[in-house]
Design a binder for this molecule. Sequence first.
Ligand SMILES: Cc1ncc(COP(=O)(O)O)c(C=O)c1O
Length: 393
Amino acid sequence: MTNNEIATKGQEYVMNTYGRFPIAPVKGKGSYLWDVSGKQYLDFVGGIAVCILGHCNDQLIIALQEQSRQLWHISNLYWIKPQVELAEKLVKASGLDKAFFCNSGAEANEGAIKLARKYFYRHKEDRNEIIVFKNSFHGRTLATLTATGQDKYHEGFAPLPAGFHYAEFNNLSTVEQLLSDRTCAIMVEPVQGEGGIRPADFKFLQGLRKICNREGIFLIFDEVQCGMGRTGKVFAYQTYGVVPDIVTLAKGLGGGIPIGAMLASEKAASGFAPGDHASTFGGNPLVTAVANQVMDIMTGEGFLEQVTKMGDYLVRSLQAINDSRIVEVRGRGLMLGIEFDQDIKDLVNICMQKGLLVLGAGNRVLRMVPPLTINETEVNQAVNILKDALKEW
Ligand SMILES: Cc1ncc(COP(=O)(O)O)c(C=O)c1O
């Protein structure tokens, strides 16, 4: 089959929920993908910040194969050995106390919203409102799309769940204005992803921590995109010196295997008792065996230092591009955005034709979230293709 034939069949049989590029990658290794025609691409999308160890990492293949011969799925009715091991690693890496596993970022955030509400319900306090932020993105379930501070995601899905209030990102006084004795949590991405690769200011995150301490409410960090080593630390909040009460993960945690997680302090986690929350597939043996391996590699010697080094190198290389349409290069580690003064849709397409996969974050920000394993040669190749594409754009 050709790329076109696959696309045509896809249009016939797959529900029309994605604006897709007209290629069908069928093979991947490291930072590269090959489509069905054999054309090679340097992949700076990485499944949208998922494939942190690149495609088809040899150690992940072994972990997956070994577990697939032992046990695929039981149920959370029983203790799941690799899940318990993964929980221990995440707890020790995060400074939090307990883990819950699910299957996606939206589900992790849904769990965090439920946990915050249930905690106060249990303590007979009438607090169930959550302060979220404009331009945020938290997922596509009804509660998480409501938490998402972008109207376009809400349209047509009314009635939306109640209890979400939208403050300005990086603006503490708008948070203070929305606080009330009904607020149970503040939920924020330390680096906004879909909203345009916007890192929180240090003072802002530190200020949110202080507000939550003062009010006795929970600080929830959505690290679905910015977590798992992407900023050069296991958790982005570790680059800020601020610890949340609850943090959510997905994407990079499985390196390409679908898994999500919510970590919480002992206090926050006490909001749930058996029966309050669950997931059939959450943390099953197959996915947690792979995620354990992802954690071991990502926290192994020198890995995160290399992320910081490559991130700095990529930023410097992008900043050296001389093009008056570039407004700003920003981000943290290997979560980078180049803001242009105009819509970048055509630029993304030209890059793809030239063999570089990148994506947008909003209309004017070109996003790069490559595997965390990229090297200098691959960065140079990406920057050269981008420069070439800019000449044509
Ligand atoms: C910050 C953030 N939260 C949540 C989500 C939703 O994750 P998922 O698509 O796995 O449900 C995303 C997805 O892009 C995200 O970037």
